[in-house]
Ligand binder design. Structure first.
Ligand code: NDP
Ligand code: HSE
Length: 437
């Protein structure tokens, strides 16, 4: 059988990893796919850099449209990143009847509804395993392996860069800036690292997982997003004293009022496996009604882990290429005419427990004022810690862990606590999740 012919848009971290794996494991991959998979051309911005790295065998161009238009390209693999021109190139490939593989979660979270609808119309596949959690086959697990289940919730460490930063800060006392610079050097970070540290990249991935888990369209604009840039070493340390680790978690959960879609730093009990996932590793817990909890773990970023997921998609597309489009696995797991209009629950309607750190004047009556405000808002305290003031200081750190309460009640309580003259500066609030069944 003739080889399946690939056109790569991008030969950077993800594109380079994909290319190397296809070369190294060529035979093994052909035995699985039923035919060889050849990269015939690739688009980059800097030809000299690509030639120096990948040799002269490959037809290189600086014009990505050339790759999409090339008559000898069967599958277009978009690994450039960004919204434009990636969106237009993918739509052009689809309209030419070419299958697409992409790792571009930002594009799918924002324009996935348009892209999948166009792919449906033209009867082509758009595969995106590498878009979520790098090398972990979580898309396949959610879409196919767990297809019997009504998914109740998904919670994951789904940004390798921020997990890498938190681990370096905790284990080696590295500064935030140094740890981020190292993640960038290793090729983990997005072109704009704000996406990593402000939770935006995790929200892109969560949006995609929620769509597949609950059979809803992409609703990125309604995701609640909070990153790790304001986390302090002190909060990481206090959390540990209570037996918790802080992780940037993406959580989507079915509730009676719709589904939650939120990314934020989260205290997780250290006995949970996921609390011990460190460095660039990702992990995703999925709770299904039939299977119970399942956990998926692996490298969340980097050249070959990402390439591993891209090549898996290429093999899938190659195998299914000749199948009737109506008999393929639906892009978003559910049949496109059976998507649900489930609402996203606003963050004020989320119920969870909280870590609250206050800077309080060390004088009688302050704690009584704070506990009264919490009680008045229906918030009950699970644990409390007060530090001795440092030499010559009048203020102390006071930390509360609360039982589960409505976010809007916590907001009201925090506003009143911050208005007390005995409290200095803003309260630090970090949400907590037990991740129990
Ligand atoms: P890189 O910056 O490493 O690579 C981007 C590649 O695209 C480079 O080869 C670049 O060329 C090329 N490129 C960009 N714009 C153009 C253009 N207009 N015309 C031609 N070529 C272009 O990015 P990554 O590999 O890290 O990321 C790519 C995608 O994969 C992103 O969507 C990212 O979110 C996603 N992803 C990345 C992961 C990772 O670990 N890095 C993991 C999972 C997903 P040149 O080299 O000449 O500049
Ligand atoms: N910047 C992303 C991360 C790449 O750090 O997780 C993988 O999607």
């Amino acid at each position: 059988m003739n080889p399946m012919r690939i056109g790569l848009l991008g030969l950077g971290t993800a594109g380079g990893g994909t290319y190397q794996i296809l070369l190294r494991n060529r035979e093994e991959i052909a035995r699985r796919a039923g035919r060889e998979i050849h990269v015939v051309t690739a688009a980059v911005r800097d030809l000299d850099k690509a030639k120096a790295k990948f040799g002269l065998d490959l037809r290189l161009t600086t014009n990505p449209e050339y790759v999409v238009d090339a008559p000898d390209v069967d599958i277009v693999v978009e690994l450039m990143g960004g919204i434009e021109p990636a969106r237009s190139l993918i739509l052009a490939a689809i309209r030419k009847g070419k299958h697409v593989v992409t790792a571009n979660k930002a594009l799918l979270a924002l324009h996935g509804n348009e892209i999948f609808s166009e792919a449906q119309k033209y009867g082509v596949m758009v595969a995106f395993e590498a878009a979520v959690a790098g090398g972990i086959p979580i898309i396949k697990a959610l879409r196919e392996g767990l297809t019997a289940n009504r998914i109740q919730w998904v919670a994951g460490i789904i940004n390798g860069t921020s997990n890498f930063i938190l681990t370096r800060m905790r284990d080696e006392g590295a500064s935030f800036a140094d740890a981020l610079a190292e993640a960038q050097k290793l090729g983990y970070a997005e072109a704009d690292p704000t996406f990593d540290i402000e939770g935006i990249d995790a929200a892109h991935k969560l949006t995609i997982m929620a769509a597949i888990a609950f059979g809803v369209p992409m609703k990125f604009d309604q995701a609640y997003t909070e990153g790790i840039s304001k986390l302090t070493a002190a909060d990481i340390q206090y959390a540990e004293e209570f037996g918790y680790r802080i992780k940037l978690l993406g959580i989507c959960r079915r509730t009676d009022h719709g589904f939650e879609l939120r990314v934020h730093p989260t205290l997780i009990p250290e006995r949970q496996l996921i609390a011990n996932v460190d460095g660039v590793m990702n992990a995703i817990l999925v709770r299904g009604d039939a299977v119970g909890s399942t956990l998926y773990y692996g490298a969340g970023a980097g050249a070959e882990p990402t390439g591993s997921a891209v090549v898996a998609d290429l093999v899938d597309v190659t195998r299914m290429h000749t199948a009737d489009p109506d008999h393929r696995v639906p892009h978003l797991a559910f049949q496109p005419d059976r998507l649900s209009d489930l609402n996203v629950v606003p963050i004020e309607g989320v119920v969870t427990s909280y870590y609250l750190r206050l800077r309080a004047l060390d004088r009688p009556g302050v704690l009584a004022d704070v506990t009264r405000i919490l009680a008045d808002n229906g918030i009950s305290i699970e644990a409390m810690l007060q530090r001795e003031p440092a030499e010559g200081e009048e203020q102390v750190d006071v930390i509360f862990l609360t039982h589960r309460t409505l976010e809007s009640s916590m907001n009201a309580a925090i506003a009143k606590i911050e208005a007390l003259t005995s409290i200095a500066g803003p309260a630090v609030r970090i949400r907590m999740e037990s991740l129990a069944s």
